[in-house]
Design a protein around this ligand. Structure first.
Ligand code: LLP
Length: 443
């Protein structure tokens, strides 16, 4: 069965009677007239559809804990929608933790990840009552025990391990290979377990956590990871008599950025995961564990598009035709960071024939700020609105103020309603944290 992460566009996308692109029942050209560009647009129906795909796909395994990886896109409205869908959250900073908390989420369904959590962040996590902390290294284990002791409480943890699995995604978004900066090496697990059982009396270990990488299309990765995690659970049971019953397999399922991408369906992945889990429970003779999954990109990416206004153009001697937009690497750093490819259409004339191969350049002062290389689009005129698909994940969450450009606004659309969920930054916002020392001030 197909799932919404396999869609290039938000599922409510259509061409309306005015010949414009429409998402969530809202004409994108009218949206631009109201809120200006660049504009992030999120389709609530698509977010909820993917959440439902995950819930249905894992329904047969009752001990499932769905956590949304909020690093993909974190703000109050998105957190509210996703917690209403019954998901918990993977957070990796005080900022994400605080946002999720303020959105009203159930903090017992939050897991705190990260390879260098600070004293203050761990303390905040404990104070806000997060359900699990995924401890990444020996330093953190000892720090966390000290903090828990000072509060006179026990903290519930998983150990983040490096499973030694490589996946074929961009090297910057692989995390499970042996030399990764994340997690305990498999050879360090015994020492960690001994420290917890013999010395760190304020720490309660529940299981293991791993995450192999992101934008993964290879279906074998997840079963391989499960086997490694269950094997470790069996090892700890045999050696220490400790029955752990939780595994967290991270996130990573891919999405469709262009027509060449064929990400697996959530239903197929879930079936593979559940079958492998049942097989391993039997093979290694362990209790069937609670299974955590932490999808980020596959939940939010295709719900999002970004709208830009096309401005200047230039033809260079090699024949490349550049069109510049009013955004670029500061609102979507993925093409310059990972050579990521995107698809787009003109929102004001999506039906016109694609007659030109063009390159879409960003507005930032950097030659590498190219949003889309060689895309076929209709005849472009100044003022046309470009709709770039699949920008929900790792765009807004990785945005910067490079060149002191105010960050874009975000609008949520659904059932012919549009609501601002992140306000556009103003020029005063840009200078709001700047200070001129008194001694530099004019008399
Ligand atoms: N869990 C852990 C521990 C993670 O490190 C990540 C992503 C996820 C879950 C969610 O993975 P997802 O389902 O979104 O693939 N900025 C990069 C992606 C970095 C992903 C980092 N970790 C990009 O734009 O492609």
């Amino acid at each position: 069965m197909n799932s919404a992460n396999q869609s290039l566009k938000p599922i409510s996308t259509r061409i309306n009677d005015s010949g414009h692109l429409e998402i969530g029942g809202i004409d994108l050209i009218e949206l631009v007239q109201k809120y200006d560009t660049p504009l992030y647009v999120l389709d609530e129906e698509t977010i909820r559809a993917v959440c439902n795909d995950y819930k249905k796909a894992f329904k047969s395994y009752s001990k499932i804990n769905m956590m949304y990886a909020s690093k993909a896109l974190c703000n109050l409205a998105v957190s509210k929608i996703i917690s209403d869908e019954g998901f918990g959250f993977d957070v990796v900073s005080a900022g994400e933790l605080y946002t999720v908390y303020k959105s009203g989420a159930d903090m017992s369904k939050v897991i705190f990840n990260g390879n260098n959590k600070s004293f203050d962040e761990l303390s905040l996590a404990i104070k806000l009552g997060v359900g699990r902390i995924s401890v990444d290294n020996f330093f953190e284990l000892s720090l966390l025990n000290e903090i828990a002791k000072s509060y006179n409480i026990n903290v519930d943890i998983l150990l983040r391990i490096t499973p030694g699995i490589e996946c074929h995604t961009h090297e910057y978004i692989q995390t499970g290979y042996l030399d990764s900066k994340f997690g305990f090496d498999l050879s360090q697990i015994d020492e960690a377990v001994e420290l917890i059982t013999e010395r760190y009396s304020n720490i309660r270990l529940h299981g293991f956590h791993a995450h192999v990488g992101s934008q993964i299309f290879e279906t074998s990765i997840f079963p391989d990871e499960i086997e490694i995690l269950i094997k470790e659970i069996a090892h700890v049971k045999k050696k220490y008599g400790l029955e752990l019953d939780e595994i967290n397999i991270g996130g990573g399922l891919g999405v469709k950025y262009t027509n060449d991408d064929n990400p697996p369906s959530i239903y197929d992945i879930a079936e593979l995961i559940i079958n492998k889990l049942l097989e391993c429970v039997d093979k290694y003779k362990v209790k069937s564990p609670y299974l955590y999954i932490e999808p980020g990109r596959s939940i939010i990416s295709c719900a999002g598009v970004t709208l830009y206004t096309i401005g200047s153009s230039k033809k260079v001697p090699d024949g490349t035709l550049y069109y510049a937009i009013d955004g670029g690497m500061a609102d979507n750093p993925r093409p310059s960071l990972y050579q990521a490819c995107y698809s787009a259409q003109l929102a004001n004339k999506p039906d016109s024939n694609a007659v030109n191969k063009v390159t879409i350049a960003g507005r930032y002062c950097e030659s590498g700020d190219i949003l889309i290389k060689d895309i076929n689009l209709p005849e472009i005129e100044e003022g046309d609105i470009l709709c770039v698909y699949n920008t929900g994940a790792y765009n807004y969450s990785m945005a910067s103020n490079y060149n002191r450009v105010p960050k874009s606004a975000m609008v949520l659309v659904n059932n012919s309603q549009s609501d601002i969920i992140v306000k556009r930054e103003t020029l005063d916002d840009i200078i709001s944290h700047d200070l001129i020392p008194g001694r530099l001030k004019d008399e």
